[in-house]
Design a binder for this molecule. Structure first.
Ligand SMILES: *Cc1c(COP(=O)(O)O)cnc(C)c1O
Length: 474
């Protein structure tokens, strides 16, 4: 835009008339960027019903970045537009009563850091308290609670691989224990990349009716990869902190873009209001420098203040160019009907998965509607048993090193995978991200896996005198 002198005048004109000419240079050359921006202005004005002038002003001022972010939590129209995006992707057609607030943050990483910290500062979790984790889970959720900063006790809710990585009712029933202050969930999960089924979501929502004090945190950074995704935030909006990140869906980890959302009527604010007098007095003093009414400062605004040690609240907030980029990603997605981007991404990751398993020599039934496929787990136990039976796998566990799988794949396919299962305990499995390599690379990983399996079969045959056919394909 900078190189086109007519663009800014034309941009102004575009706010007046839809058919206004944008820029003559745009007419002669293909310029998808300008077309997108023109579409975005129309969308904001005609579909969302906001002032195009105000929108352009906020975007231009945001890009120029000559002021601190105001309001601190998030620029005004940016919050509304990102809110629309979250509503479409996380709530969808599910009924949702009321409004929610959004805090723009430096990725899901900052969201997690800020939430743990503010929950502790506001006495919602204290050393010795118990929280529940839905596992498998992104490992920082396992590591943070045990830090000296938090000293939390953890109850694990384990999803079952045999149950398509869903949680049994018995596991979810652990949330009924009043000792459990909060439940942290990654949905769709990481690493298995499976979304929680509707029945489990409803089951948790029903538990919350019994336990209105239970805090839920759902980290839905993979939600946008799922079909018709509905977040726990939609089912239990008054109890749930929603964490979202643009990193994965837009392949934009370097931008550091994330969001925290809370319903305007939420349990966090209620719990803070019901704190013992002493704690309230102390919190009054903590936030007194930034507001005349610290007692009614919302949890989400406490997050903002705490993110800059309260004293620097006036310079808090995500940098304005980052907020602009977040808005552009959100608008791109909102305007993309009927979901061409989402479908293209999904086709791409499914094709890579297919290529990988073709080389392993195994076909998989792609019939689980909750499978998201951002990651796939190369699981020697699961694959070995399917191809050569339990006896083979039992022998494998006794006679081979579980770490060999990851080292061999690193050496032979030049790919470093994270462990796939059994955090803390060694298990012969690796997590493959389907998001970032070319199809040929996935084939190479598949071939290396196949070679390793065949070697194990030869060793098994030699050691046991059996004669499994290593060329078998399943
Ligand atoms: C990648 C990831 C994050 C961190 O995302 P950033 O936005 O890049 O900081 C948080 N939670 C989960 C579950 C993730 O997979």
């Amino acid at each position: 835009m900078r190189s086109c002198p007519k663009a800014s005048a034309a941009f102004r004109a575009a706010t007046v008339s839809k058919s206004a000419s944008i820029c003559s240079c745009a007419r002669t050359k293909a310029s998808p960027g300008i077309d997108f921006l023109r579409g975005a202005v129309s969308y904001v004005r005609d579909q969302l019903g906001y002032s195009a002038g105000d929108f352009l002003y906020e975007m231009c001022e945001g890009i120029l970045a000559s002021n601190y972010p105001v309001p601190d939590r998030m620029l005004k129209l940016s919050e509304l537009i990102v809110g629309q995006y979250l509503r479409r992707e996380m709530v969808g057609k599910h009924p949702f009563v009321g409004e929610f607030d959004v805090f723009a943050v430096e990725g899901g990483t900052a969201a997690m850091t800020y939430i743990f910290n503010t929950m502790r500062e506001n006495h919602l979790i204290k050393p010795g308290d118990t929280i529940a984790l839905g596992r498998p889970i992104f490992t920082p959720y396992i590591e943070i609670p045990t830090l000296n900063d938090y000293q939390l006790k953890v109850v694990n809710l384990d999803a079952d691989v045999a149950n398509g990585w869903q949680y049994s009712k018995a596991e979810l029933d652990k949330l009924r224990d009043p000792k459990v202050k909060a439940f942290f969930l990654v949905n769709p999960s990481n690493p298995p990349s499976v979304k929680m089924d509707d029945e489990s979501l409803q089951y948790i929502a029903d538990i919350v009716k019994e336990r209105p004090d239970l805090i839920l945190l759902t980290d839905d950074v993979y939600g946008t990869f799922a079909d018709d995704f509905v977040s726990l935030f939609a089912l239990a909006p008054h109890n749930t902190i929603l964490v979202y990140s643009y990193s994965k869906y837009f392949g934009a980890t370097g931008w550091r873009l994330g969001a925290i959302a809370t319903h305007r009527d939420n349990v966090l604010d209620k719990l803070i209001a019901d704190l013992p007098k002493e704690a309230k007095k102390q919190l009054h003093a903590r936030y007194e420098s930034i507001t005349t009414d610290p007692d009614s400062l919302k949890f989400i605004d406490r997050l903002v203040a705490d993110s800059r040690t309260v004293a620097l609240n006036h310079t808090a907030g995500l940098s304005t160019p980052q907020q602009v980029q977040m808005v552009l990603f959100s608008l791109f997605s909102l305007m993309d009907t009927p979901d061409a981007y989402k479908s293209a991404l999904k086709r791409l990751i499914r094709k890579r998965k297919q290529a990988l398993y073709e080389e392993v020599g195994i076909t998989f039934e792609d019939d689980d509607p909750n499978q998201v496929d951002y990651y796939t787990i190369l699981d020697m136990e699961f694959l070995g048993e399917r191809m050569f039976g339990r006896e083979f796998v039992d022998w494998l566990f006794k006679n081979t090193e579980p770490t060999e799988l990851l080292f061999r794949l690193a050496r032979e396919a030049r790919v470093v995978l994270l462990p796939g299962r059994g955090f803390g305990t060694a298990h012969p499995s690796g997590r493959v991200s389907l998001a970032n390599l070319n199809e040929a690379d996935y084939r190479q990983i598949g071939r290396a896996m196949r070679k390793l399996i065949e070697e194990y079969v030869e060793r098994f045959n030699a050691a046991t005198g059996k004669s499994l056919d290593k060329t078998k394909v399943k």
